[in-house]
Design a protein around this ligand. Sequence first.
Ligand code: ZN
Length: 344
Amino acid sequence: MIQMLRCPKCYSALTIASQVMCDSCKQVYFVHDGVLFLTDAATSDPRSPTEFMTYDLKDFLQNKRIFGKTITSGVDYAVKEHSLHIFPDKMLSAIGPLCAGKHILDVGSGASPYLSTSISKHKPASYTALDAQFELLRVGRKNSGGGGGENHFVKYDLACALPVFDNSVDVLLCMEVLEHVDTPQKLLADLFRILKPGGVALISIPNVAIYLYPHKLLRCILSIAKSMVFLNFKKARQTFQDYKKHISPETCWQEALEWHPGLRPKIFRRWLTDAGFSIQRHNTLVYYAVDGDPIYKLAKWLENHSFNVASLYRKFINTVNNFMFAGYPVFKWAGIRQFAICKK
Ligand SMILES: [Zn+2]
């Protein structure tokens, strides 16, 4: 029995026997491969890359194969491994101990990467994954060892009101989801509704700093300068306007969804407090080395010249992330991902 779930049509409790049925309106919801379908429509997020459909964390870490490709470069493996681990490890080390004996809801769970890496070891009372994509839920269920016990996997369209009772969730995860939905502030308000008073929410979104890194900022400045030299002021102006949109996606959200918007930390904080949350902690992380990053290029160059730099490079990115996570003022907002731990 999944206590926190309610019928999306009439908001009544659901009874689970050989099938799942609403107590009140008698709507039947079917279960396929262990995944409960609380949606009729075949919804999926058109903005999610298709390669993530078959994404398997354990498989990658064991076989060094990702998206069907074998990773032989030590530097590339260090980056991928790091980017898969650092996010859940850093963030959930703060929230993990709070999961013990609690009911966890993972909204926009994808393939539940945080379940096996961070949540399971704290023995939650239940873990429920909610996502629009059946294939991802299926991978998450497989990684969790078949979804036995109190792990539940539910297919649902996040554009609709969440099929969850008010004040029913102890610990809420919503990781890298807001930048995929049409009405993020509506989703935040709904997250606040379902969280128990005193409950904790861990919410993350890309940080606008992605667009302020030198290799992006310089490209923009050079492009404007070039247009000016050729007296093409219209193009220079357009480049500037486009750049302004990237650093203020909240003013053009529908358009911004195409490029996976990163919010300014100030705006993210405002959205959270507007939804009712009180922010306990707010940090950023570099998360992974970006293509075009000079240090990454240097490590690759050294590797191509027969130097074994992979472990050194791994230490480097770990150090940078630890530094930022500590929240020193200068680095605090320089990461490319930001997250907040909130309370109701
Ligand atoms: Zn119903």
